[in-house]
Design a protein around this ligand. Structure first.
Ligand SMILES: Cc1cc2nc3c(=O)[nH]c(=O)nc-3n(C[C@H](O)[C@H](O)[C@H](O)COP(=O)(O)OP(=O)(O)OC[C@H]3O[C@@H](n4cnc5c(N)ncnc54)[C@H](O)[C@@H]3O)c2cc1C
Length: 324
């Protein structure tokens, strides 16, 4: 495990992952490494492939439930956070002066949005309080308040599964509701159809280019402020993973869970938020809820909602690693 030290990356063993997720739940990673530059990220992934050591990228940990038994393999904690605003070269884009916003994949999405808003650029107001990284947002096609990643993404730099670094136009990522072609396909499904993602050798997002429009700074700020206020009013502050289930066509998962009388229902240390029924909260933080509690509550909600309304809710969060 010494080789990555040549490029400045230290590999730890048995690192608890709960503190690295917004739910504050999850066991240890067999191996854990933090990367600060895209060069380190590329070299570490290539090294792991060479060693046949499966890896998994951890961004902000805001959409993943890590199993209590942790993650077998290498967890790569992405701290590549450089961001830059570039004017469009007029020789290449003579009719279109919309600037490019470059972000490394470990940059915080909310910070990126705030930076573009301060520069009077419109397009990322929806992301002003979105937890997580640019990489996680791209993979998931994150969205809120009528906006989503795909609306303004121009291209992404991807380290492909074949080891090639490819500039991929956004259109090739076939974005849908919280999905893209980059999203890891779950490796297995248990008998309650909860799919689990495990480390592998998949593609890695290195950076992204957004293309935003010049706009009226006060109006852009006002829109962002409105989104922020709405989020503060409607979402709990306790540790959570945001929306647990995707909205079924024509309805809202939160409405169904609330109508099933499950607001406030708890298993172990995890509870259905009274503020927003699609959020499961862990008020005790690290050491409070376990992944088993969360899985138990997810199963219970699915059963009750399916019995009451005939709709099987599909998790929006990803289950990662080993669940006892
Ligand atoms: C309070 C709260 C509110 C939320 N509100 C919203 C919302 O309004 N809209 C919304 O869409 N989501 C929301 N979410 C969910 C979450 O914030 C988003 O899904 C976010 O984009 C995930 O980013 P992340 O960096 O935390 O990803 P992680 O949770 O770290 O990872 C998610 C998946 O992406 C993969 N991944 C991450 N980075 C890379 C990379 N560079 N290359 C390849 N794969 C990668 C991971 O391996 C993992 O499989 C919310 C979450 C919370 C806790």
């Amino acid at each position: 495990m010494k080789a990555p030290e040549r490029f400045g990356v230290r590999i730890e063993m048995q690192t608890p992952l709960a503190p690295y997720t917004t739910m504050k739940v999850g066991g240890p990673a067999d191996y854990f490494a933090r990367v600060q530059t895209v060069d380190q990220l590329i070299r570490l992934v290539r090294w792991a492939r060479n060693e046949a050591l499966p890896y998994w990228i951890l961004g902000g940990g805001s959409n993943v439930l890590i199993g209590d038994a942790g993650v077998r393999g290498l967890v790569i904690y992405n701290r590549c956070r450089r961001v830059r605003i570039d004017e469009a070269p007029c020789c290449v884009f003579p009719q279109d002066d919309r600037p490019f916003v470059f972000a490394e994949s470990g940059a915080g999405m909310a910070g990126l949005a705030r930076r573009t808003i301060a520069a009077g650029l419109a397009g990322l107001e929806w992301a002003v309080s979105l937890p997580g990284t640019v990489g996680g947002a791209v993979v998931n096609n994150a969205g809120a308040y009528g906006g989503e990643v795909k609306d303004n993404l121009y291209d992404v730099m991807v380290l492909g599964a074949d080891d090639e670094i490819v500039e991929t136009p956004a259109a090739q990522l076939r974005f849908g509701y919280r999905v893209s072609t980059l999203k890891a396909q779950p490796g297995s499904e248990d008998n309650d159809a909860l799919a689990v993602v495990r480390p592998g050798f998949g593609p890695v997002v290195l950076s992204a280019n957004f293309r935003l429009a010049h706009g009226e700074r006060e109006a852009i700020e006002a829109q962002a402020e409105q989104n922020l206020r709405h989020r503060r009013r409607s979402q709990p502050v306790e540790p959570s993973l945001g929306s647990t289930f995707v909205n079924p066509p024509g309805d809202y998962a939160g409405r169904l869970i609330e109508a099933a009388g499950l607001k406030g229902f708890a298993i172990g240390g995890v509870q259905v938020s009274r503020q927003h029924a699609n959020f499961l909260i862990n008020p005790g933080g690290v050491g409070g809820a376990t992944a088993a509690d969360v899985i138990g509550l997810i199963r219970h909600i699915r059963r009750v909602v399916a019995d009451r309304f005939g709709i099987l809710l599909k998790p929006e969060i990803q289950l990662v690693g080993e669940f006892c």
